[in-house]
Design a protein around this ligand. Structure first.
Ligand SMILES: NC(=O)C1=CN([C@@H]2O[C@H](COP(=O)(O)OP(=O)(O)OC[C@H]3O[C@@H](n4cnc5c(N)ncnc54)[C@H](O)[C@@H]3O)[C@@H](O)[C@H]2O)C=CC1
Ligand SMILES: O=C(O)CCC(=O)C(=O)O
Length: 390
């Protein structure tokens, strides 16, 4: 039977092409097996408990209700790093544009006409002097896929970069040059920055990370960039700081009625990850991750389930999503033993309140498989059982 994938937002064709037509149907059913999305607000979009998985082509997953998905047994994936280079290039662009009136000068140059164009432009260019980023200090909050790339690129352009990430992963720490010092505390970083850029996920803890208290610690000449998410920076505090001359400029990818039209605020329309390359990367990564889960039960790049990669070599694979409580494996294997099923291979992993068990067995007749699934689902803590055949 074909599996139904439903997409939201623009998903690159190159990713959709990775779903073979003899196995999958795209956007042909309102009861999909899995969703492939970008920024669709899934807090406001109904998805039933039958949805096995949601793949977010992109990094942030604050548009997905993770607690609800986890309790439904819906595995949520993202595509780490797929658009990090796109964001990095835009941040470098915005760092330069913040203090170099390139756009104004282009607009002006369009209007200079007549026989003496060359003379007029030479005279007029004095109005468009800017400053360089080389030699200035850039603070980078969050040294993950985006932040570590921004830090490296800005360092290569001659900026003095200071990072801040108390939770940095070992992988990203290795990628970072040892020339880039890391601040222990946010309050150590803020007073040093000419530019401050934020690259962290939106979580309850990160909401209002930058508000009046932090802004007061910054130089009044500083430029603040937020290409992470709306809500991490308190906009009202930013507007007040700009109006009081306590901050030079705010540059962000997230528009709102509080900031539109402010002369010291530059807004781009959430285009950090909007390049052809990033869209193709994200769609392909999301499609591959979804297929892996749907076809083998293996989980990589999930934000709510444990990683599990066990080669699918046996004829039948049972996958069980269940609550993370003691003696689940015992209760599951007792049912299999009772039905005289021999286990070839097994793996069990947990993450917070949820656990995932994958069991490989020999051939099981269709009717017995149905019976086993029904018995396993009778264990109250079991949320979902799938039987995959090779
Ligand atoms: N504007 C756009 O189009 C895009 C926006 N984003 C946003 O940027 C965020 C970061 O993206 P990635 O770098 O790919 O994610 P990532 O998961 O690779 O890195 C996030 C880093 O932030 C760190 N972190 C978390 N809380 C922190 C805190 N309070 N202080 C300092 N560090 C903290 C983590 O330890 C991690 O190293 C995403 O969650 C998303 O919201 C990402 C891509 C495109
Ligand atoms: O372009 C997109 O779909 C959103 C990019 C983004 O915000 C993310 O990856 O978190």
């Amino acid at each position: 039977m074909k599996q139904d994938i439903k997409t939201y937002n623009v998903i690159a064709e190159e990713g959709l092409a990775l779903f073979p037509k003899d196995q999958y149907r795209i956007n042909q059913s309102d009861k999909p097996t899995a969703l492939l999305i970008r920024s669709q607000d899934m807090h406001k979009t109904y998805f039933g408990p039958n949805v096995l998985a949601i793949a977010r082509a992109g990094a942030g997953v604050n548009n997905i209700p993770l607690v609800q998905a986890t309790s439904n047994g819906t595995v949520v994936f993202n595509t780490p790093g797929s658009n990090a280079n796109a964001v990095k290039e835009l941040i470098i662009t915005m760092l330069i544009l913040a203090n170099r009136p390139v756009i104004k000068s282009i607009d002006w140059a369009k209007k200079v006409v007549g026989a003496d164009v060359s003379l007029q432009t030479e005279e007029g260019k004095n109005h468009f002097a800017g400053t360089e980023i080389a030699g200035k200090t850039l603070g980078v909050i969050g040294l993950g896929s985006v932040g570590s790339r921004v830090a490296q690129a800005a360092g290569a352009l001659g900026m003095k970069v200071i990072g801040y990430d108390p939770y940095i992963s070992v992988e990203h720490a290795w990628q970072l040059s040892n020339q880039i010092p890391r601040a222990e505390k946010l309050s150590d970083l803020l007073p040093q920055c000419d530019y401050l850029t934020i690259h962290i996920p939106y979580t309850e803890k990160n909401k209002n990370l930058i508000t009046a208290e932090q802004l007061k610690q910054m130089k009044s000449s500083a430029v603040l960039l937020n290409y992470s998410r709306w809500g991490i920076v308190n906009e009202k505090a930013v507007v007040a700081a700009l109006d009081n001359g306590e901050l030079q400029k705010y540059v962000t990818d997230f528009s709102s009625n509080t900031i539109i039209g402010h002369p010291k605020i530059v807004i781009t329309p959430h285009i950090g990850g909007t390049t052809n390359e990033a869209e193709v990367n994200g769609a392909k990564m999301a499609a591959r991750t979804l297929r892996k889960y749907l076809e083998t039960g293996n989980i990589i790049n999930s934000v709510n389930f444990p990683t599990i990669e066990m080669p699918f070599e046996a004829p039948v694979r049972l996958t069980l999503i269940h609550q993370n409580v003691p003696n689940m494996v015992g209760r599951i294997t007792t049912i299999l033993a009772d039905e005289e099923i021999n286990i070839d291979n097994m793996i069990n992993r947990s993450r917070d309140t949820i656990a995932y068990t994958v069991i490989d067995t020999g051939m099981i007749a269709e009717s017995l498989l149905k019976k086993i699934k029904a018995r396993l689902l009778q264990i109250p803590e079991v949320i979902r059982v799938r039987a995959l055949e090779k």
